[in-house]
Design a protein around this ligand. Structure first.
Ligand SMILES: [Zn+2]
Length: 162
């Protein structure tokens, strides 16, 4: 399924144009909560990823289950939701590539690293790579290498645009 991206504003306007009785704040709230659910990897009962536009009305559904099998193979989806799906897809791919799908990081001696114990320095939050799923594993490994108490620097640092 390839979705056509649409912004929340454009989508809300479009809905109201077709159905003036729609309450914009309620619709916005519905979209926001569906997007949150999608970020947290809530799924449709069938196991597919959520369709945020269809899920905005309370249910948690994918496009196929919402629209039925005969639905056209094109539909709109909120831009941010498409980005969430893209990032999740890249993460899955990178995890397959680098840790055999287990998502487990190991030290050079083979011992497992508890990623929850590796804190993300404020330094990283100012870096563009923090948004880039392709960089996530590399960044995690760099952070693992950090010595206790040492000031954190990183060769891959790219300053975020303000
Ligand atoms: Zn479904």
């Amino acid at each position: 399924m390839t979705f056509t991206p649409i912004s929340v504003d454009d989508y809300v306007q479009l809905c109201i144009k077709h159905n003036p009785s729609i309450d914009a704040p309620t619709l916005r709230q519905g979209l926001k909560s569906a997007l949150e659910a999608h970020k947290n990897d809530q799924r449709c009962a069938c196991g597919n990823e959520l369709w945020v536009i269809g899920s905005a009305h309370g249910g948690r559904t994918c496009y196929d289950c919402f629209a039925g099998k005969k639905a056209p193979d094109f539909a709109c989806e909120i831009k941010a939701a498409i980005r969430v799906s893209f990032i999740k897809e890249r993460r899955r791919y990178m995890n397959e590539m680098f840790s055999g799908g287990t998502g487990t990081y190991r030290n050079d001696d083979g011992t497992e690293i508890d990623m929850d114990s590796v804190k993300k320095p404020a330094f990283c939050l100012r870096c563009e790579n923090d948004d880039d799923p392709c960089m996530e594993i590399l960044c995690n490994l760099t952070r693992c290498d950090r010595e206790e108490g040492e000031e954190f620097t990183c060769g891959a640092f790219r300053k975020r645009e303000e």
